[in-house]
Design a protein around this ligand. Structure first.
Ligand code: 1PR
Length: 525
């Protein structure tokens, strides 16, 4: 029996699913006594340090947790569950941590994109049965802006490099905690979890030592999901956002099955976009939540879901906040949520005053679940102009001239799945989203969507160079070479595709095989 400390934020479902897939039963902590009586306590923290510590205080969990830790009983902390062990965090200077280990939690202060999102390696510092059955060169999934800085370096179990080397897991006796997410790290993560669960029976074997670990570029499979005219939830795919063919919604398969196929093929992340979310409120569209629940049972890589995250009042006058919609997505198994149309409207308001109200969906969800959990999905299209001064928007000089030989263009943000263009350019938009606390930009491109012509490198470079958060290049991938091109010619941290995978023109595994040796990627096992 594994006891899981769920303090109410983020995706604990993935951890439960991963542990249950290994044949164990999970009981969640209901009161302080459950902590003290646990045999093995797993603490999967997600979200923001300050709100986590406040909840632990409010529930009177701090003292029982310290008693448990001080008696050196079996403990596995994940992400914030690692950071909580220390004295405090730069993220929330007024909220002391548990102070079980001396040291603090620091924000990455680097040139590279923050948060550090994606698959990176482990430079192992101590032998531990935790690594049994692993080669040592596997990659694990990280998503964080802060890292621990222990005063006593001997507790470091692994270190990882991201511009500089940081402590990515610790072990002191039976207390183990990782910054990475084993429950989101595919087969390698499951093996590590299994080792933790069986800790006492394992032998230690020598491991391959990785000196300099590297963050991988991520390959993301995207599933645009909506109900077809018969009412079945299907994966569909548009040509420049038009998903109908001869009047019918294109049906490219069932969401849960396809997501599992892409996981097995080696996808580093799966994204679901509920593409009619702007008109069908997701909390009334329960099948989508069910898709997430089912998928997260056997897909152990990060899941992002978007569509319909906004404030909403139903026919009976009951109001829901965007935060409540996001919370339901997280509870159903999402690790990140993506905001589309509402983000454009939020930024339009923000541009008028430049005052952060703290009340927008971006700010609220980031405050509770952490910046890394908020992806902004933007659907821009090109608008050509003869000269940059013709518009007040941020323009680029383009090597693909317009219909009247225009040399310049700007990228217009759209809402409602491209149906409505707004007076806001994608570069300004992305910068504002970062200021408001978004953790990542999913950069679609209506002009390239479904064309197989390759990514719009000019758009990707313009946005990536304007922000310091990670950017997911999306739209237009037609072959493995296009992935190489986007990584070679831009600093995008990841690349997403839909059509080529759904139509089986290539597989995620083929793309990764092609990239091996050219681009740092997570190998498919
Ligand atoms: O506005 O918050 O409700 O979110 C709705 C979400 O649904 C947005 O993220 C928006 O991008 C998405 N969406 C809305 N309508 C469509 C449509 O296609 N008609 N899909 C749509 C967006 C674009 C990509 C696609 C890539 C790769 N799909 O996600 O997967 O372009 O495609 P490709 O590799 O085949 O070229 P809200």
């Amino acid at each position: 029996m594994i006891t899981l400390l769920d303090y109410g934020a983020g995706n604990v479902r993935s951890v439960i699913n991963a542990i249950e897939s290994l044949g164990e039963t999970v009981k969640t902590v209901q009161c302080a006594e459950d902590i003290l009586s646990a045999e093995k306590l797993v603490f999967p923290g997600v979200g923001a340090f300050g709100s986590m510590m406040q909840i632990l205080q409010r529930k009177n969990y701090v003292q029982p947790l310290l008693t448990y830790l001080q008696s050196d009983r079996s403990f596995l902390g994940i992400c914030l569950g690692l950071q909580a062990l220390f004295e405090g965090s730069e993220e929330a200077p007024d909220s002391p941590g548990l102070g079980f280990l001396p040291g603090t939690v620091k924000r990455f202060s680097i040139e590279l994109a923050v948060p550090h999102i994606g698959w990176n390696g482990l430079n192992i510092q101590q032998t531990s049965p935790l690594f049994d059955g692993l080669k040592g060169n596997e990659k694990f999934y990280f998503v964080h802006s802060y890292h621990v800085a222990p005063k006593d370096e001997t507790v470091a179990l692994t270190r990882t490099d991201y511009e500089y080397s940081f402590v990515s897991s610790i072990q002191q006796g039976n207390i183990i905690a990782t910054q990475f997410h084993p429950e989101k790290s595919g087969q390698a993560g499951l093996q590590l979890l299994k080792n933790y669960l069986e800790m006492h029976h394992k032998q230690e074997k020598p491991l391959q030592i990785i000196k300099n670990t590297k963050l991988s570029k991520r390959i993301i499979a995207c599933l645009d999901v909506r109900a077809n005219d018969q009412g079945d939830l299907v994966v569909t795919k548009g040509d420049q956002y038009d998903v109908r063919e001869k009047g019918n919604v294109r049906n490219l398969g069932k969401p849960v099955e396809l997501a599992h196929r892409y996981y097995e093929d080696g996808a580093d992340e799966i994204t679901f976009l509920n593409i009619t979310g702007f008109r069908d409120f997701p909390l009334e569209d329960m099948p989508m939540l069910e898709v997430l629940k089912q998928t997260s049972k056997n897909v152990f890589v990060p899941l992002t879901i978007g569509g319909g995250i906004r404030n909403f009042t139903d026919q009976n006058g009951k109001s829901y906040s965007a935060l409540e919609v996001a919370a339901e997505y997280f509870r159903s198994g999402a690790d990140k949520v993506s905001i589309g149309s509402d983000a454009v409207l939020i930024v339009e308001e923000y541009q008028k005053t430049k005052v952060k109200t703290g009340k927008s969906a971006i700010e609220e969800i980031a405050r509770v679940y952490g910046n890394q959990a908020v992806v902004i999905s933007v659907d821009p299209r090109r608008v050509y102009v003869s000269a940059p001064d013709d518009v007040t928007h941020q323009t680029i000089k383009t090597s693909i001239p317009g219909p009247n030989s225009e040399q310049y263009c700007w990228y217009q943000c759209t809402i409602k799945g491209g149906r409505e263009g707004r007076d806001l350019d994608a570069i300004t938009f992305a910068q504002a989203c970062e200021e408001l606390g978004a953790g990542e930009i999913l950069l679609n491109c209506i002009d390239r969507d479904g064309t197989n012509e390759g990514f719009d490198l000019e758009l990707i470079n313009a946005v990536k160079n304007a922000v310091s958060i990670p950017v997911i290049a999306s739209s237009g991938a037609g072959c493995a070479e296009h992935f190489h091109e986007v990584f070679a010619e831009s600093h995008a941290e990841s690349a997403l595709a839909a059509g080529i995978f759904h139509r089986r023109e290539t597989t995620v595994a083929d793309v990764k095989n092609y990239l091996t040796g050219k681009v740092e990627i997570r190998e498919v096992v």
